[in-house]
Design a protein around this ligand. Structure first.
Ligand code: KG4
Ligand code: ZN
Length: 337
C-alpha cells in the first residue's frame, strides 16, 4: 500500500471532453480544466469519433498545462499521473493514455489507469467527505445506467442496469428527434422548463419489475406521440419524457436503497446534472429518511478531477498500473460477487 502525500494529475479523454485536473493528497481539487468539444460535434448532432480523437490531440497539451498552472504544481511535485483507460471511444482514449504514460515516464512518476465509471463513482466523494457506507449510487451517463451498492471505495455490487439504452442516450435521441440541439440532455431539460410534465402519459417501463430499467420503448413512444400530435409543443413532449425517465430512476433508486439497507444515496454521471432528477431524488430520499449526496453539476459530467481522485485511491490501495496497460473501449467495472 502506497500513501500519497503529493497531488495526482488526472487526464480524461474518453469521449468528447478533453480534461485535466490536479487533486491534492487529501483529495481536494486544486484545479479542474475541461475543454468541451461541443462546437466540433454540434453540426453533426452527436459525437464524431474521428473528430473527437483529433480534437483531443490539439487540446490535451494546453488543457494539461493550464491544470498544472492553476494548481501551481509542476511534474516533479506529483505523486502520479492517472488517465482514463476505458470504457470510451478507442481513438479518444488512446490520446489521453499515451500522453499520461509519456508524462509519467518523463517525470519518473507512476502511471495509474482508471476506469471511467469508477471515476464517476468517486465524483460524489469529492464534494462529500462525510459519507457513511454503504450507499446506493445511481450512475447515469451517456453510455451507462447502473444502480450500484458502494460498500466503500473500490467495493461495488451491481443492483440493476439498463437493458437497452442508457438514460443519457435516451435524452440525446429525443433531443435529436425534436431537433432541440446538441448536447441533448441539457437541451431537453431547457425545453422541459416551458412544458407540462403531465401533457403526455409516457410509459414507465418495468416500473414494478426488479431494479433493471429500459428506455428504448419510451423513446419510441415519444416518436409515436409526436407523429400523432404534430401540433404538440416541444416543451410538453420534453417535460413529459423527462418526467417518465426521472420517475422510474427515482423509484428504482429508492427501492434499491431500502432493499439493501443503504445509509445514503449518491448520484453520478452526466444525467445527474439534470435539475428535475436532482430535486425529485432529493425529495424521495428526504421522505425515506435517507441522506442524499449530489456531486456539483461540474463533477457530474465528464471531468478529470474524478479520474485523479479515483487514481489517487487506486495508487494507494491497488498500486500503480504497468505501462503496458492499454486503452480498453469496453472496460467493465469490477463488481464483488
Ligand atoms: O458522464 P457524461 O458526461 O459522459 C459519459 O460518460 O457518457 O454524460 C453525458 C450524458 C449525455 O447523454 C448528456 O446528454 C447527458 O449526460 N446530460 C444530461 C444533462 N447534462 C448532461 N442529461 C439530462 N439533463 C442534463 N442536464
Ligand atoms: Zn462519463
Amino acid at each position: 500500500m502506497t500513501t500519497t502525500s503529493a497531488p495526482v494529475l488526472g487526464i480524461e479523454t474518453s469521449c468528447d471532453e478533453t480534461a485535466a485536473a490536479v487533486v491534492d493528497a487529501d483529495a481536494r481539487v486544486r484545479s479542474s480544466v475541461v475543454a468541451s468539444q461541443v462546437d466540433v460535434h454540434a453540426a453533426y448532432g452527436g459525437v464524431v469519433p474521428e473528430l473527437a480523437g483529433r480534437a483531443h490531440v490539439e487540446l490535451l497539451v494546453p488543457v494539461t498545462e493550464e491544470a498544472l498552472r492553476r494548481a501551481a504544481v509542476s511534474g516533479a511535485d506529483l505523486d502520479a499521473v492517472a488517465a482514463t483507460v476505458g470504457p470510451g471511444l478507442i481513438g479518444s482514449l488512446l490520446v489521453g493514455v499515451s500522453a499520461a504514460k509519456a508524462l509519467a515516464l518523463t517525470w519518473n512518476k507512476p502511471f495509474v489507469g482508471v476506469n471511467h465509471l469508477e471515476g464517476h463513482l468517486f465524483a460524489a466523494l469529492l464534494d462529500h467527505r462525510d459519507i457513511e457506507w454503504p450507499v446506493v449510487v445511481l450512475l447515469v451517463s451517456g453510455g451507462h445506467t447502473l444502480l450500484v451498492s458502494m460498500e466503500g471505495a473500490g467495493r461495488y455490487r451491481l443492483l440493476g442496469q439498463t437493458l437497452d439504452d442508457a438514460a443519457g442516450e435516451a435524452f440525446d435521441k429525443v433531443a435529436r428527434f425534436l431537433e432541440l440541439g446538441y448536447p441533448g440532455g441539457p437541451a431537453v431539460e431547457r425545453a422541459a422548463e416551458t412544458g407540462d410534465p403531465a401533457a403526455f402519459a409516457f410509459p414507465r417501463a418495468m416500473a414494478g419489475d426488479g431494479l433493471d430499467v429500459s428506455f428504448s420503448g419510451l423513446k419510441t413512444a415519444v416518436v409515436h406521440a409526436v407523429r400523432k400530435h404534430p401540433a404538440a409543443s416541444d416543451g410538453d413532449v420534453a417535460a413529459s419524457f423527462q418526467e417518465a425517465v426521472v420517475e422510474v430512476l427515482v423509484a428504482k433508486t429508492r427501492r434499491a436503497a431500502q432493499g439493501c439497507g443503504a445509509r445514503g444515496v449518491c448520484l453520478a454521471g452526466g444525467v445527474a446534472a439534470n435539475g428535475r432528477l436532482r430535486s425529485s431524488l432529493t425529495a424521495a430520499c428526504d421522505e425515506a429518511g435517507l441522506p442524499v449526496y449530489l456531486p456539483s453539476r461540474a463533477m457530474c459530467t465528464d471531468n478529470a478531477a474524478m479520474i485523479a481522485a479515483a487514481g489517487k485511491w487506486q495508487l494507494e490501495h491497488v498500486g500503480p498500473s504497468s505501462l503496458g496497460t492499454g486503452a480498453d473501449p469496453n472496460l467493465r467495472l469490477a463488481f464483488v460477487a
